[in-house]
Design a protein around this ligand. Structure first.
Ligand SMILES: *[C@@H]1O[C@H](CO)[C@@H](O)[C@H](O)[C@H]1NC(C)=O
Ligand SMILES: *[C@@H]1O[C@H](CO)[C@@H](O)[C@H](O)[C@H]1NC(C)=O
Ligand SMILES: *[C@@H]1O[C@H](CO)[C@@H](O)[C@H](O)[C@H]1NC(C)=O
Ligand SMILES: *[C@@H]1O[C@H](CO)[C@@H](O)[C@H](O)[C@H]1NC(C)=O
Ligand SMILES: *[C@@H]1O[C@H](CO)[C@@H](O)[C@H](O)[C@H]1NC(C)=O
Ligand SMILES: *[C@@H]1O[C@H](CO)[C@@H](O)[C@H](O)[C@H]1NC(C)=O
Length: 671
């Protein structure tokens, strides 16, 4: 045989092989689909697959037309893994409080002959219920409890059923909030679209079932994880489908999108394209007396049920608190913060900083906009002491400090809740983002003064001295009136608690760390003043504290300002985007004050009280010593910042300009 023919034949067999081993489909809505329906099921004009029409005691089924070769692989005795993902909605009839649920099914045939409605869900009947010859695997999404036969958890539940209507595993319909053991209820019968995933692992023989509302993407932890080998249950070829039934109570059951894959993960659905379930209009008046009777008889039951749910959920969702957490007025409920940030969704992310990620949120309790900082507490110890401190920081109130509203602690995270400050951080307004807005000199001067007032409050005007430890432009937030607010105060202490005393850590950000801090590791109000000085230079020059120029390497902003000073024209250091629109005296004073504050010798730095006097023009700045002293400074700063950090560290800082935490031992190693 010619080799090309061999190839063709080989390819053909490969194709057959591949064909045999792969099976998948995806429906984003069911317009013009090949889905096979029977009973009350049909595809409505919007493209939604409706399983039951609004009649009592009716059954509806829908199937994918092709059989799934679930045991056709070489290991014919073992059922293959499969995964299915669908979006459904259950709409109760307007006058009743709802009917029975529906089920996802795998069955040997495209139909359930002789099936009964009500709690048989249109799959089984009283004769065949429980028989191994049924070969039916099903996951029910049920809305009724209190059946005689079953042991179902509650009226809003999900269960795995094998060959019978009684579940082998069943859970109240909830989802786990990622990385917690906290559950949130998914109310099946509200008419809202709900996502569901069923995953079978054919190797480990485990079925997972997961549900979540549309806004919450697939939770990490499944609602049900049940170990069961489906191999004896399933036959070689199975059909996948859905079944629903109504009884004395009726609901409409909709499947809005569906995907399936054998031996792999079901394809995602295009949630935006899916049809939605229409709200149920009242049924015709013919039935109204029946309905009234139904309302009368069921409403009392439902009220009891709802009450029971409520109590049940309250018990289940009660956050486990330690004694000391109970009387903290600033503690927030995790669920409120979770809901506020839409589940800490990436789309709500507004910042990533040295201490954690920041999300924007709207509190469900009062509709207030907040910024929620999420700090991973895995590595943090002494949480209790820290929270005590947060409680006291929560009492700090100043116009130029970002208001800390409170906190919340979970197993893995510490969450801090701040007022939301709309205009972002100062560094982004100065030089980070390409923005059209250029802050004018007056606005900048106003911001500088505000931050000085905030820092003075922390240092001298509150009951105890609070050292900020991480003053920098990215911690200065700009509010709607373009006033500066200092954020993150006191946070640096986080890293002190629980640390061994012999490994002192220097906390701060490259470019803002006072030289003596790297030697002694001891933060003081004076090290805050140093960082504030760097901030002044940034604001006046519109440049970051360390400037990277290609070919020239890293240049410390203060050195560059001194260079301008030495060359006799400090005005060269002023941000060119100000277009020379500023008061010369003020700008010079701010640059000079910046240099004095960021002087390498702490004794030479003013206190914040003095800084305020200079800024207010109450005192004039002492003449800044130039030349000889200046060049000393350059040397000193250069040795402190540039030689000390290895090239690697600087590369890292080039990306973020913030390494958060530098241990003094690593600094020593770098020397
Ligand atoms: C499923 O995948 C496994 C490993 O990838 C493979 O060995 C097996 O043949 C596949 N089975 C089917 C039915 O595709
Ligand atoms: C609902 O479906 C059943 C079964 O197909 C049918 O007998 C009944 O007439 C339908 N009712 C309505 C209101 O369409
Ligand atoms: C299905 O078709 C209807 C009308 O033909 C249209 O309004 C609807 O948007 C379609 N749905 C999808 C998901 O394409
Ligand atoms: C079925 O699976 C089990 C465990 O996963 C494995 O030990 C066994 O060899 C498999 N059977 C066949 C026929 O492949
Ligand atoms: C099922 O859930 C468990 C966690 O409970 C997970 O480890 C496992 O990978 C999941 N299996 C599948 C097939 O999704
Ligand atoms: C939960 O975690 C999974 C896996 O990391 C992720 O895909 C999903 O988006 C997360 N869900 C939420 C609500 O954050």
């Amino acid at each position: 045989m010619d080799s090309p023919y061999c190839l063709v034949i080989l390819a053909f067999f490969c194709f057959i092989l591949v064909k045999a081993q792969s099976f998948d489909f995806v429906y984003n809505g069911f317009n013009n689909s090949d889905i096979i329906t029977d009973g009350g099921a049909f595809i409505n004009p919007s493209g939604a697959l409706k399983l039951t029409n609004r009649t009592y005691h009716v059954i509806g089924h829908a199937f994918h037309p092709n059989h799934i070769p679930i045991k056709s692989s070489t290991s014919a005795k073992n059922a293959s893994s499969f995964s299915t993902y669908f979006v459904f909605a259950i709409v109760p009839l307007a006058e009743t409080s709802g009917g029975f649920g529906f089920a996802f099914t795998l069955s040997p045939n495209r139909g359930f002959p002789g099936a009964q409605s009500n709690h048989f869900l249109g799959v089984f009947n009283s004769m065949n219920n429980g028989k191994d010859t049924n070969h039916i695997f099903m996951v029910e999404f049920d809305t009724v409890n209190g059946r005689n036969e079953g042991v179902d958890a509650d009226g809003n539940h999900i269960g795995i059923n094998i060959n019978r209507v009684e579940s082998i595993a069943s859970q109240s319909a909830d989802y786990y909030i990622n990385n917690t053991d906290i559950t949130e209820q998914v109310y099946l019968q509200k008419g809202e679209s709900i996502q569901a995933w069923i995953d079978y692992d054919g190797v480990n023989k485990v079925v997972n079932v997961t549900v979540s509302p549309m806004l919450v993407s697939k939770p990490i932890k499944p609602l049900i994880t049940h170990k069961i080998d489906l191999s004896p249950v399933l036959t070689e070829n199975m059909y996948a489908g859905f079944s629903a039934a109504t009884g004395d109570k009726a609901s409409s059951h909709y499947i809005l999108g569906w995907s399936f894959r054998l031996n792999g993960t079901a394809d995602p659905l295009n949630l935006a394209k899916l049809p939605t379930a229409p709200p149920e209009e009242p049924t015709s008046s013919k039935n109204s007396h029946l309905k009234r009777a139904l309302i009368a008889s069921f409403s009392s039951v439902i009220i009891l049920l709802v009450g029971a749910f409520y109590i049940y959920r309250r018990i289940r969702q009660h956050e486990v608190l330690e004694d000391w957490e109970l009387d903290c007025p600033h503690r927030f409920r995790y669920r409120d913060l979770y809901n506020a940030t839409r589940g800490f969704k990436d789309s709500e992310l507004i910042g990533v900083g040295g201490f954690g990620t920041v999300y924007k949120g709207v509190l469900p309790t009062n509709g207030a906009e907040v910024a929620v900082k999420k700090i991973s507490s895995n590595s943090l110890q002494g949480m209790r002491e820290f929270v005590a401190e947060i409680e006291s920081l929560g009492r700090l109130r100043h116009k130029h400090l970002v208001n800390l509203q409170g906190w919340c602690k979970t197993k893995n995270d510490l969450l801090l809740v701040y007022d939301y400050v709309p205009n972002g951080s100062l560094d982004s307004l100065l030089y980070r983002q390409k923005r059209d807005i250029v802050l004018t000199w007056d606005q900048r001067f106003n911001i500088i003064k505000g931050i000085a007032a905030g820092l003075l409050y922390l240092h001298e005007e509150w009951d105890q001295v609070v050292i900020h430890r991480d003053v920098k432009s990215s911690n200065v937030l700009i509010d709607g009136e373009l006033n500066g607010q200092l954020g993150d105060f006191g946070l640096a202490r986080l890293y002190d608690h629980g640390k061994n005393s012999h490994t002192t850590n220097v906390v701060g950000t490259i470019g803002y760390i006072a030289p003596e801090l790297t030697r002694t590791g001891k933060a003081s109000t004076s090290t805050d003043v140093y960082a504030y000085g760097v901030l002044l230079l940034e604001v006046a020059s519109g440049r970051p504290p360390i400037i990277y120029e290609s070919g020239k390497g890293a240049l410390v902003l203060a050195d560059w300002v001194i260079e301008c000073l030495q060359l006799g024209n400090i005005i060269d250091a002023v941000d060119p985007r100000l277009n020379s629109v500023y008061a010369d005296k003020e700008v010079q004073m701010v640059l000079g004050l910046g240099l004095v504050c960021s002087h390498s010798r702490p004794e030479a730095r003013p206190t914040m009280k003095q800084v305020m006097k200079y800024l207010n023009g109450d005192e004039s700045l002492p003449v800044f010593e130039q030349s000889s002293n200046g060049s000393d400074r350059v040397d000193e700063i250069t040795s402190k910042f540039l030689e000390v950090f290895t090239t690697d560290t600087i590369n890292i800082s080039r990306r973020s300009l913030s390494i958060g935490q530098i241990s003094s031992s690593s600094l020593n190693a770098g020397r």
